[in-house]
Design a protein around this ligand. Sequence first.
Ligand SMILES: [Zn+2]
Length: 148
Amino acid sequence: MSLSYQNLKTRFHKIMIDHGKDVFLRRRCSSCSQTGAYAKFPDDCEECGGVGYVQTLERYTMRKQIVGTQGSWPNTLHVFPTGVILGEGCYFFCEAEVLPKYGDLIYDQDSSTNEWTVYEVNKALERRYDSRVLFWNLACDIREGSAL
Ligand SMILES: [Zn+2]
């Protein structure tokens, strides 16, 4: 098989179908996101009303990979406010069209316990081929205390 952007994209899509799981993505409010990672969101924000996240949950298929203990991300600034408990970190991989960004939340349901875990995207890394985004690699931390 020749190595082309489209071939790789098709292969990645197949990996998502075969090995991925359905999760929900809740995006950070784009109106508030300029105010810093853990800044207080303004109560008068017309987009989110001060919540800091949009109301809509978007469903995507992502590949989840546990990568061990918290704090293992290279070049990551570890600043955690009250309410964020250090837990196990993980990667999510998703397709180019998802367009995730730093600070977005991922709601992940455990298939055996049905319990939800909320992850916060700590780093959204583009993986490119031929100068186009092939997929995203999201370094995530468990976020405790987030409203579902
Ligand atoms: Zn807002």
